[in-house]
Design a protein around this ligand. Structure first.
Ligand code: F58
Length: 833
C-alpha cells in the first residue's frame, strides 16, 4: 500500500466543488509540510504516498486535539453524566476523509495537497481500513460513536485494540482464503498511547474468606494471573468538530515483559511465554470458537476489556465525584450485545468487594447504570459459558452470578405460575446440555433497559428469547431502531449526491437529516431526476473501473446494478439470489432472441473461516460468475461478480453505485440490517422481505417504492412447524427445480460435478431458511423490478422518494432516543457554534 502510485484513482468520487479561501489553503499546506519534515522526517522529494498520508493525518489531528481537550475539560467542569459504550467491535474503517469532513477541512486540504502535487483521493486509498469488527454490530458502534460526538454527548467507546482485525479475504479458484489483516504495520497516526493508564486484570486463582471487625464475612479474590491493560485513545470528531469523544481501546501486555531468570538460564523462548500468553488476548478479533482453547480466549477477551473499562470509569468517577454511590447518576454503561455482559458481575465485584457497599444497594446501582442492546435472536449466537470454565477463570464472578441467580429465582419463585419449567427458563444457568451461564440473561437482569434494534426485532424479543424475563419485568424491553451516520454514508461516500441534495434543502442537511423530506417534491421534477440519475451513472462508471481493476470483469454502467453485500450467512440467503441468477441465465440461453434487460449481480462479503456452508456459497457465486460471464449466448446481458475482501471502504464505493439493494433474509432472522438504510439513502430501491428494519423502510417510503416479497415472520414460524422440506416447493416450481438441477449436476463446476450437492440436498430436504418456499415470490418480484426499470421516469421517481424519506434513519435520531429514554443525558443538536 505504501508505495501505491500517487495518481488520482479514476474511480474516486468527485470533489464537492467549493472553492476554499487561499489563505486557509496556504496555512494547511504549510502545516502538512511541517508534519512531513518534523514528524515523518521526509523531504517533499522523497515522500511516499504513505508519508503524505501520515503528514496530512497528523495535521488534521492537531486541529482535532484542540477541540478534544476542550470537550474533556467542559465535561469535567460541568460534572456531566458520561455514556460508556462497551463493545468488542468498532468497525471504524478509514478515518482521514471522515476527520477532514467533520472538521470541515476537506476542500481546503484537497486544495493544499494539490498545490503540493498530491492527490487527496490517492491518500484516501493508502490508509488501511480499520476492521475491528465483523459486520453490522461493529459498524453500528462506529456510527454511534460519531453521532454521540455530533450530539455533544460526553461519551467513551471502550473496546480492544486488536493487532489483527477481521481477516483479509482473497478469492482463489473461486474459494475464500483467509489472511491475517495488518492494519498497524505502518503505524497508526490517529491513536495516542497512554502509558500512564495501565490496569491489572486478574484471572483464575482462589477466594479467601476474611472476617471483618464487625463479624461480617468478606470474600477476597486472589487472582492466579494478572494481565495488564494498556490504553490507546483515538479521538472521534463529531460533525463540524464542535465536540470530540474518545475511543479507548485496550491492548494486553504481560506484567513482566521477560522472565529474566529463564532467559539467563538459556531458555530464550520460555522466557517470553508469559508475554505471548498475555498478549494473545488482544492479538486477533474473535478467534474461532470451535476449539475449547479458542473459547477460553474469547472469554478472556471479554473479561479483559470489561474489567479494564470498569476500572477506568470507576477511577474517573471517584476522582471527579468522590462517591461510588452516585455512579448511576453520572455514568450510563451500554452493553453492545452480550459480549461485555460479564461487566455486570465485575461491577458487583467492585462495589461489594472493593467499596464494601451492601449487596442490595450494589445491585440497585448496577441495574441503574447498565443497559443492554440485543442484536440477534439466533440461538447459536446467544452466548453461554460452561460453568466449569467460568469457575476456573473467574471464580469470584461465578460466585456473584450464583448469588444474583439465587435472589432472582427466590423472587420469581414466589409467583403463582412458578413451575419448574418456568424457573429453568428464567435461571441464569442453563442446565439443558451441561451447565452453562446465560450471558443474555445476566445482561438482562443487570440492566434497567434492554433494547432491540428494529420494531419487529424488539417485538420478537418479547415473545421468544426473553419471553419469560419480560414477564418478570414487563416494560423493560424497548425498541431503538438502528441508524447510520449520514456524514460517512452520504457525504463521504457520495459527495456529488450530497451537493445536489443540499442545493435543494440547504447546507444544514447533515445537521438535521429530517429536512431531507424537502426533496420529495423533486421526485416529479425531471430536471432534478436527470441530475440525480446522472450522478448514479457516474458512480456506476467509477465502480465499473474498480471492478475491472480488481477482478478484470468489464461491466456496462447502463445495466441494472443489483447488489448483495454483507456477511455471508445462510439466513441472509445469498443462495436465493444465486438461484434467481441461474434461472435467468438458463432463460437467456434458451431464448437469447428476447429483449433482456442488462443486469449485473454484484456480491461481496466474508464467511467465518469455520463456516463451511457459507464458504461453499461464496464458491458457488464465483463459479456461476465464471460460467455466466464467459457464455457467448449471454452476450454480456447478465454479469455476475464477486468482489473480494468486502470492508467499509469497499461498501463506500459500491453503495452509491447500486440500483437495487438485496435485503432478502428469512423473515424474523435479521435483527435490523443497516446496509438496507445506506442503500435506500443513496437511492437504491430495495428488494426485501418483511424483516428487521425493512419493515420500517417500507413504512417510510411507501409500498410503491420498495419491492417486498416472501413469507412474513409469522408465516415462517408456522411453516417451520409444518416441516422444512423443500421438496414440495421445488416440485411446484419448474424454474426452481431446473436451477437446482443445473447446480447439482455440475453446470457451474464441471471439474467437480458434485461440488454443490450438499447445498442442493440441504435445500431439498432440510430448508431451514425457507429459500425454496420464497423462491417463486422472489423470482416474480424481480420481474416487477425489471418492469419498473424499463419505466425510467417511474424508477427515478421512486429512487428520489427513497432518499427523501431516509432522514429518520440517521443515527443522530437513534442516539437521541437512547440519550432521552435510556441514558438520561442531554443532547445538543449540531450546528455552527
Ligand atoms: C448484526 N449483528 C445484526 N453480529 O445481524 C444486524 O441485523 C444488525 O443490523 C446489526 O447487528 C446492528 O444491530 C452482528 O453484526 C455479529 O457480527 C456477531 C459478533 C460476534 C460474533 C458473532 C457475530
Amino acid at each position: 500500500q505504501a508505495d501505491a502510485p500517487l495518481v488520482a484513482d479514476a474511480a474516486a468520487p468527485a470533489a464537492t466543488g467549493q472553492v476554499p479561501a487561499a489563505a486557509e489553503v496556504a496555512e494547511i499546506r504549510d502545516r502538512i509540510l511541517e508534519k512531513l519534515k518534523h514528524s515523518v522526517s521526509k523531504s517533499v522529494g522523497s515522500a511516499t504516498p504513505h508519508d503524505w498520508f501520515i503528514a496530512t493525518a497528523l495535521s488534521v489531528r492537531d486541529k482535532i486535539v484542540e477541540s478534544w481537550l476542550t470537550s474533556i475539560d467542559t465535561a469535567k467542569k460541568t460534572g456531566r453524566k458520561r455514556v460508556y459504550y462497551l463493545s468488542l467491535e468498532f468497525l471504524i474503517g478509514r478515518l482521514l476523509i471522515d476527520a477532514l469532513t467533520n472538521m470541515e477541512l476537506i476542500d481546503q486540504t484537497r486544495a493544499a495537497l494539490a498545490e503540493l502535487g498530491v492527490d487527496l483521493e490517492a491518500l484516501r486509498e493508502v490508509e488501511p481500513d480499520a476492521a475491528l469488527g465483523n459486520g453490522g454490530l461493529g459498524r453500528l458502534a462506529a456510527c454511534f460513536m460519531e453521532s454521540m460526538a455530533t450530539l455533544s454527548i460526553a461519551a467513551y467507546g471502550y473496546g480492544i485494540r486488536y493487532d489483527h482485525g477481521l481477516f483479509r479475504q482473497r478469492i482463489k479458484d473461486g474459494r475464500q482464503l483467509e489472511y491475517p489483516e495488518d492494519w498497524l504495520s505502518y503505524g497508526n497516526p490517529w491513536e495516542f498511547q497512554r502509558p500512564e493508564l495501565v490496569y491489572g486484570v486478574g484471572f483464575s486463582g482462589h477466594i479467601e474468606t476474611q472476617t471483618l471487625p464487625d463479624g461480617e464475612l468478606k470474600q477476597v479474590w486472589m487472582p492466579g494471573e494478572t494481565v495488564q491493560a494498556l490504553a490507546y485513545d483515538t479521538p472521534i470528531a463529531g460533525w463540524r468538530g464542535a465536540h470530540i469523544n474518545t475511543l479507548r481501546l485496550w491492548a494486553a501486555r504481560a506484567a513482566d515483559p521477560l522472565r529474566l531468570d529463564k532467559f539467563n538460564s538459556g531458555d530464550h523462548v520460555g522466557a517470553l511465554m508469559d508475554q505471548v500468553r498475555a498478549e494473545s488476548i488482544s492479538k486477533v478479533l474473535y478467534p474461532g470458537d470451535t476449539s475449547p482453547a479458542g473459547q477460553e480466549l474469547r472469554l478472556r477477551q471479554e473479561y479483559f476489556f470489561a474489567s479494564a473499562s470498569l476500572q477506568d470509569l470507576v477511577r474517573r468517577h471517584m476522582s471527579l465525584f468522590g462517591d461510588i454511590k452516585t455512579l448511576a447518576d453520572k455514568a450510563a454503561i451500554q452493553l453492545n450485545d452480550t459480549h461485555p455482559a460479564i461487566a455486570v458481575a465485575e461491577l458487583m465485584h467492585i462495589l461489594v468487594d472493593r467499596y464494601d457497599i451492601p449487596w442490595n444497594k450494589s445491585w440497585a446501582i448496577t441495574k441503574a447504570t447498565f443497559s443492554y442492546t440485543n442484536h440477534t435472536l439466533l440461538p447459536e449466537a446467544l452466548e453461554t459459558w460452561p460453568v466449569p470454565l467460568m469457575e476456573r477463570l473467574l471464580p469470584r464472578h461465578m460466585q456473584i452470578i450464583y448469588l444474583i441467580n439465587a435472589l432472582h429465582l427466590e423472587k420469581v419463585g414466589k409467583g403463582p405460575d412458578a413451575s419448574g419449567a418456568r424457573l429453568a427458563a428464567l435461571s441464569l444457568i442453563d442446565e439443558s446440555h451441561g451447565r452453562r451461564v446465560r450471558m443474555g440473561h445476566l445482561a438482562f437482569l443487570g440492566s434497567h433497559k434492554v433494547n432491540g434494534v428494529s420494531a419487529l426485532h424488539s417485538d420478537l424479543m418479547k415473545t421468544t428469547v426473553f419471553r419469560d424475563l419480560e414477564s418478570v419485568e414487563p416494560g423493560k424491553i424497548t425498541n431503538k431502531t438502528n441508524g447510520i451516520t449520514f456524514r460517512r454514508w452520504l457525504k463521504e461516500a457520495n459527495p456529488s449526491l450530497t451537493s445536489l441534495l443540499t442545493e435543494v434543502v440547504g447546507d444544514t442537511l447533515l445537521d438535521d437529516a429530517t429536512i431531507l423530506e424537502k426533496v420529495a417534491p423533486y421526485a416529479d421534477d425531471s430536471a432534478f431526476t436527470e441530475r440525480y440519475a446522472a450522478i448514479r451513472r457516474a458512480n456506476k462508471v467509477a465502480l465499473s473501473a474498480l471492478v475491472r481493476d480488481r477482478i478484470g470483469v468489464k461491466l456496462d454502467p447502463d445495466a441494472l446494478f443489483d447488489v448483495h453485500i454483507k456477511r455471508i450467512h445462510e439466513y441472509k440467503r445469498q443462495i436465493l439470489n444465486i438461484l434467481e441468477t441461474v434461472a435467468i441465465f438458463e432463460e437467456i440461453r434458451a431464448q437469447s432472441f428476447r429483449e433482456w434487460i442488462p443486469r449485473v449481480k454484484i456480491f461481496a462479503g466474508k464467511a467465518a473461516a469455520s463456516y463451511t456452508t457459507a464458504k461453499l456459497i461464496i464458491q458457488l457465486a464465483n463459479d456461476v460468475g465464471k460460467v455466466v460471464n464467459s457464455d457467448p449466448t449471454v452476450r454480456g446481458l447478465l454479469k455476475v461478480v464477486f468482489l473480494p475482501n468486502y470492508n467499509v471502504s469497499l461498501a463506500e464505493r459500491i453503495i452509491p453505485a447500486a440500483d437495487l439493494s438485496e435485503q432478502i433474509s428469512t423473515a424474523g432472522m435479521e435483527a435490523s440490517g443497516t446496509g438496507n438504510m445506506k442503500f435506500a439513502l443513496n437511492g437504491a430501491l430495495t428488494i426485501g422481505t418483511l424483516d428487521g428494519a425493512n419493515v420500517e423502510i417500507l413504512e417510510k417510503v411507501g409500498a410503491p417504492n420498495i419491492f417486498i416479497f416472501g413469507l412474513t415472520a409469522d408465516q415462517v414460524e408456522a411453516k417451520r412447524t409444518q416441516g422444512i422440506s423443500g421438496q414440495e416447493a421445488i416440485a411446484r416450481s419448474q424454474r426452481l427445480s431446473e436451477a437446482l438441477e443445473s447446480i447439482a449436476s455440475g453446470v457451474f463446476s464441471p471439474e467437480q460435478p458434485d461440488r454443490y450437492r450438499p447445498l442442493v440436498d440441504a435445500l431439498t430436504y432440510n430448508d431451514f431458511f425457507l429459500v425454496t418456499a420464497d423462491f417463486d415470490s422472489y423470482y416474480n418480484t424481480q420481474r416487477d423490478v425489471f418492469k419498473r426499470w424499463r419505466d425510467k421516469k417511474s424508477w427515478w421517481r421512486s429512487a428520489v422518494i427513497n432518499t427523501s424519506n431516509m432522514g429518520w434513519f440517521s443515527s443522530d435520531r437513534t442516539i437521541t432516543e437512547y440519550a432521552q429514554e435510556i441514558w438520561n443525558v442531554p443532547t445538543t443538536p449540531p450546528g455552527r457554534n
